[in-house]
Design a protein. Structure first.
Length: 680
C-alpha cells in the first residue's frame, strides 16, 4: 500500500506538535439530500432554497395533496436562500491511529455559511458522526439514525464519540438594504407579505400594519397565492390591484412592485437586499470512545435543514481507533502510514497518554506477534507481543441478559457487534457448535524464563512480593501519579479484597499500561507521571473490576485450572490462544471495553452464524447478570463451550469437571442458608 496523498513530509512534525492539518479544504466533500430523494448529491455550492421548494412541491403533487406552504419553514419568509458547510480546521493527529479516550487537539471547526434575502431566522444543529469504510463507500445513501428518528438519542445515547459532538446555533439576520419597520408604506407591504406567508389572516395582518381599508384582503391573498412560489401576478390581478390600492400616493404599478417584492417576486429588488453571514461550530475535546478493531473510520458533520433536507460534509482522511500502543504499527499499515517507510513516527508517541500530558522519554517499542509454530507458553507469547498493555477497549461482543435480553453496555455503538450485530441468547449463540477433545497445540519452553517464572509464581500461588519488580521505589519514595504510586495502590486495594489469588507481574504490567504508563520501565521514562484525570478515571475503572472480583471470588481464586484469565489476557491474546484449539474451547477474561464485566470467548465452527473473522464467539456477562446467576452457572450453561483453556498451564479441561463439585457444594450452602432463615 502506497503512502496516502494527504501525507506530507511535514505530517510527523505536525502530529508530534499537535497542530492543525494543512490544506484541510482539499480533503472534504459536501453532500445535500433533498427530501424524499434516494441519494445525496455532491455539491460545491451547498443547499439551495429554490431546489428544496421544487422537491417539496413535486412531493405534494405525487401525493395528490395541496402543499400547505404556510405550514412549512420553506415559505415563512425567514428561510435562507443558500447554506454551505466547510471544515476549516482539523487536528493533524487524526491522520494517524488515535488511541481511545485521547482528546483530539486542536479542535475540529466547521464553518456554516448562510445567504439570505432581506431577513433570515432559523436554528441549525450540527452533529459529528463516525462512519465505517463500508458506509463511506456508499455515503450518498447514508442517513444518520437520529435524522429518521429524532428521539433516538434519548433512548440510545451516542457511544462512538464523546466531547462536544452536538452544537446548535440560531441564525438571525437582516440585510443592510432592507427597509426598517414602519419606515414607509412599502415597508409595511413587505412586512404584510411576511405575515401572510407565515399563515396570518390577511385582514388581521392588514389591520396590524395599519393598512386596513387601503387593500382588499382577498386581493392580497390572490397575490400571495400567485407569487408564493416565485410566479408572476396575472394581468387581471395586477389591474385590480392597481385600481384598488394607492400606497402613499404611489401608482398601482408601484404598489404591485412593493407587494411583489414582499411576496417573493421582484428579483432585482431582492438581489439588492441579499446578504451573507457565517458561524464557526467548534467541536472540542472530541474522543473516540472505543477502538475500531483495525477498521478505518471517518468523521462526518451533518445537519437537518428546516426539518426538510439533510446536508453533511465528509472528512475524507481516515483514522483507526486503538486501545493499546503496540497496535499502532498495524494500524498505521491499515492507513498506509508505515513506521518503516516514515521513520520518526514511532517517536511521536513516547510516554503516550490519552491527554498528551507528560511527554518525554523514548517510545515503547512494538514487538511483532509471531503467529507460527514457535515455542513458548501462552503467557510468554502474550509478553512477547505486548507493547503497552491491553487498555480498556477490545471491541464489542455479544450480550447475555437473562439468557437473551439486551445487554449492550456504555461502550457499544460504532464498530460492529460480532458477526450478526445483535444480542443473542447465550445458549442459542453456541447452538450447533461441534465439540471436540483435542489438546493444546503449543508446549512450554524457556523463552523468557525470568518473567515467565515470576508470572507463574504470581498466578500459581506465589507471594504478593512477586509483583514488586525492577527496583521500584518504596512506599515512602513514590511521587504522586507515578508508576510506583500506582503499583502501591493496585496491590493495597487488591489485597484489601481478601482474595487468595495473587496479582502476577503481567497483571501489574497490564494495569500500568491501562493507566497510561509505557510498558517498558526504563531509566528515561521511570519518572513519567500521568494526569490527574487519567489517574482518577483508571482508579474508578479498577475499583469496578475489584467489585466484580468480590462477586466471583470463588471462581477467580481457582488456580488449577485457572478458570478466569488475568488482566494480561485481552482480545488479541485470546485470538492467539484459541487459534490452534478445537471447537468448544473457551476462555473467560475481563472485558477491556466495559470494566466490571466478563467475556466468554469460545472457539466455534466456521459455519456458525455469529462467528467473527477469527472463528470466535464473544459473549459478555455484566455485573448485574451475576446477581441473578453465578458465573459458574453462566459457564456451565454456555452450550457451545465444552472445555476451559488455562492459558498459564497450557491445559484444556472439561468444564463439567471444574464446576461439578464446586456447584454441588454451593447448592448445599444455599440449602443450609435457607434452613437458617427458617429457624431464625
Amino acid at each position: 500500500m502506497g503512502t496516502p496523498t494527504w501525507w506530507t513530509n511535514q505530517m510527523p512534525e505536525l502530529v508530534h506538535r499537535r497542530e492543525l492539518m494543512q490544506t484541510v479544504e482539499k480533503w472534504q466533500t459536501m453532500y445535500v439530500r433533498y427530501k424524499c430523494q434516494p441519494e445525496a448529491q455532491v455539491t460545491q455550492t451547498g443547499w439551495d432554497l429554490s431546489m428544496s421548494q421544487r422537491y417539496a412541491d413535486q412531493l405534494a403533487l405525487e401525493e395528490q395533496q395541496p402543499y400547505l406552504s404556510e405550514e412549512s419553514l420553506l415559505y415563512n419568509g425567514l428561510a435562507p436562500t443558500n447554506i454551505a458547510l466547510r471544515i476549516v480546521e482539523a487536528p493533524a493527529e487524526f491522520a494517524v491511529p488515535v488511541k481511545q479516550d485521547r482528546r483530539l487537539t486542536p479542535n475540529f471547526k466547521v464553518r456554516v455559511e448562510v445567504s439570505y434575502k432581506s431577513r433570515c431566522s432559523f436554528p441549525l444543529t450540527l452533529k459529528a458522526y463516525v462512519i465505517s469504510q463500508q458506509e463511506k463507500d456508499s455515503v450518498p445513501e447514508w442517513v444518520p439514525d437520529d435524522f429518521l428518528d429524532p428521539d433516538l438519542p434519548q433512548r440510545k445515547p451516542v457511544t462512538e464519540l464523546k466531547g462536544t459532538t452536538v452544537i446548535t446555533h440560531h441564525f438571525e439576520g437582516t440585510a443592510a438594504g432592507s427597509p426598517k419597520h414602519g419606515s414607509s408604506k412599502a415597508a409595511q407591504a413587505q412586512q404584510l407579505g411576511g405575515l401572510l406567508a407565515g399563515g396570518l389572516d390577511a385582514a388581521a395582518a392588514a389591520q396590524a400594519l395599519g393598512l386596513a381599508g387601503e387593500l382588499d384582503p382577498r386581493l392580497l391573498e390572490q397575490v400571495l397565492q400567485q407569487t408564493a412560489h416565485g410566479g408572476a401576478v396575472d394581468p387581471a390581478t395586477a389591474a385590480a390591484l392597481a385600481a384598488a390600492a394607492q400606497l402613499g400616493g404611489a401608482t398601482g404599478n408601484a404598489t404591485l412592485d412593493a407587494l411583489s417584492n414582499a411576496l417573493g417576486g421582484g428579483a432585482a429588488a431582492a438581489a439588492e437586499a441579499e446578504a451573507q453571514m457565517s458561524h464557526d461550530y467548534e467541536f472540542s475535546s472530541v474522543e473516540l470512545v472505543k477502538p475500531t478493531r483495525m477498521n478505518k473510520v471517518y468523521l462526518v458533520f451533518a445537519c437537518s435543514i428546516l426539518e426538510q433536507d439533510l446536508m453533511f460534509v465528509v472528512y475524507n482522511i481516515p483514522t483507526v481507533g486503538i486501545c493499546r500502543a503496540e497496535q499502532r504499527a498495524k494500524a498505521c499499515q491499515k492507513l498506509g502510514v508505515s513506521y518503516a517507510e516514515l521513520g520518526g513516527v514511532d517517536a511521536l508517541f513516547a510516554a503516550d497518554n490519552p491527554l498528551g500530558i507528560g511527554q518525554g522519554g523514548p517510545p515503547a517499542r512494538s514487538i511483532t506477534l509471531q503467529n507460527g509454530g514457535g515455542g513458548g507458553s501462552l503467557v510468554q507469547q502474550q509478553q512477547r507481543k505486548r507493547g503497552s498493555g491491553p487498555g480498556w477497549g477490545d471491541g464489542s461482543m455479544m450480550g447475555l441478559d437473562g439468557m437473551g435480553g439486551q445487554t449492550r453496555g456504555y461502550g457499544e455503538g460504532l464498530m460492529g457487534l460480532a458477526a450478526s450485530g445483535s444480542d443473542m441468547n447465550l445458549a442459542a449463540l453456541a447452538a450447533g457448535a461441534d465439540m471436540a477433545g483435542m489438546g493444546m497445540g503449543m508446549q512450554l519452553d524457556g523463552v523468557m524464563p525470568g518473567l515467565a517464572d515470576a508470572a507463574a509464581a504470581g498466578v500459581m500461588g506465589g507471594g504478593a512480593g512477586a509483583v514488586r519488580l525492577g527496583g521500584m521505589e518504596g512506599a515512602g519514595d513514590a511521587q504522586p501519579r507515578s508508576r510506583a504510586a500506582l503499583r502501591e495502590l493496585l496491590i493495597e486495594e487488591y489485597e484489601g479484597t481478601g482474595l487468595h489469588r495473587k496479582l502476577s507481574p503481567l497483571d501489574i504490567q497490564a494495569l500500568e499500561s491501562q493507566a497510561g504508563f509505557p510498558i517498558e520501565c526504563t531509566a528515561s521514562n521511570h519518572s513519567v507521571t500521568i494526569s490527574q484525570q487519567q489517574w482518577d478515571e483508571f482508579v474508578g475503572q479498577y475499583r469496578l473490576v475489584l467489585k466484580l472480583l468480590r462477586q466471583i471470588a470463588n471462581v477467580w481464586n481457582l488456580e488449577d485450572p485457572c478458570v478466569i484469565a488475568g488482566f494480561d489476557m485481552d482480545r488479541l491474546g485470546t485470538v492467539q490462544a484459541l487459534s490452534l484449539e478445537p471447537v468448544g474451547t473457551f476462555i473467560c477474561r475481563f472485558s477491556m471495553s466495559q470494566p466490571g464485566c466478563l467475556v466468554l470467548s469460545c472457539r466455534v465452527a466456521p459455519s456458525h452464524p455469529n462467528a467473527d473473522g477469527d472463528g470466535l464467539l464473544h459473549a459478555i456477562i455484566k455485573l448485574d447478570d451475576l446477581f441473578e446467576r453465578r458465573v459458574e452457572t453462566w459457564m456451565r450453561d454456555f452450550a457451545g463451550a465444552s472445555h476451559i483453556l488455562d492459558v498459564y498451564r497450557n491445559k484444556r479441561v472439561d468444564k463439567r469437571k471444574v464446576f461439578a463439585s464446586n456447584y454441588t457444594r454451593l447448592r448445599a450452602m444455599d440449602v443450609l442458608e435457607a434452613y437458617d432463615d427458617i429457624y431464625i
